[in-house]
Design a binder for this molecule. Structure first.
Ligand code: AMP
Length: 197
């Protein structure tokens, strides 16, 4: 199964993605994690991405498209994958459709977690407190100020994908304001419904 999980920053994509990949035994492709690994390794990509990420802005499409094209060509993606954080722009979505079509493949479903902006601000503030208490480093972009930029990127560049995937009949909207387990149940239900149809 080839799936996309979308949602604003702090919507709980990472948490839900982990549950889905465990349930469906497919690899979890988080472009945020992949980029953070590049930054840690001080690779060319990491050097180009760091300042943009720290500021809460999107990294250029060509870098992301190339990264995902290479990743989904790997053997472990033969039976599918869950994309988390990609695509984030219409150009990325078009590139994804093209790279899959070249392999004679397509997406099986796109899921968006809907969460109010105000709830996201509260969640990020909680995450910072929890990370600090656990002695974990706080991400440079996980602050209320950077969240504003990340939300602007989401509303301006990623939100148009809701219409894009709705028109393709691929989108399921999930109420991300519910408790974690209820969101997981709603996701599973929507996914099973797609598989059956
Ligand atoms: P995330 O962990 O998904 O919130 O991503 C963290 C940061 O990585 C984002 O704020 C962007 O700077 C960058 N990033 C991740 N995925 C993408 C993408 N598909 N397109 C552009 N930038 C991305």
């Amino acid at each position: 199964m080839r799936l996309v999980l979308m949602g604003p920053p702090g919507a709980g994509k990472g948490t839900q993605a982990l549950k889905l990949v465990e349930r469906y035994t497919i690899p979890h492709l988080s472009t945020g994690d992949m980029l953070r690994a590049e930054v840690s390794a001080s690779s060319d990509i990491g050097k180009k991405a760091k300042a943009l990420m720290d500021a809460g802005n999107l990294v250029p499409d060509d870098i992301l498209v190339d990264m995902i094209a290479r990743r989904i060509s790997k053997d472990d993606c033969r039976n599918g994958f869950l994309l988390d954080g990609f695509p984030r722009t219409v150009a990325q979505a078009d590139a994804l459709a093209t790279m899959l079509a070249e392999k004679g493949l397509g997406l099986d479903g796109v899921f968006i977690l809907d969460v109010d902006d105000q709830a996201l601000v509260e969640r990020i503030e909680r995450r910072v407190v929890q990370d600090k208490a656990a002695g974990k480093p706080v991400r440079a972009d996980d602050t209320p100020e950077k969240l504003k930029t990340r939300l602007e990127a989401f509303h301006g560049q990623t939100k148009p994908l809701v219409d894009y995937y709705q028109k393709k009949g691929l989108l399921s909207r999930i109420d991300g304001m519910q408790p974690v387990e209820a969101v997981a149940a709603a996701l599973t239900k929507a996914l099973e419904h797609r598989k059956a149809s």
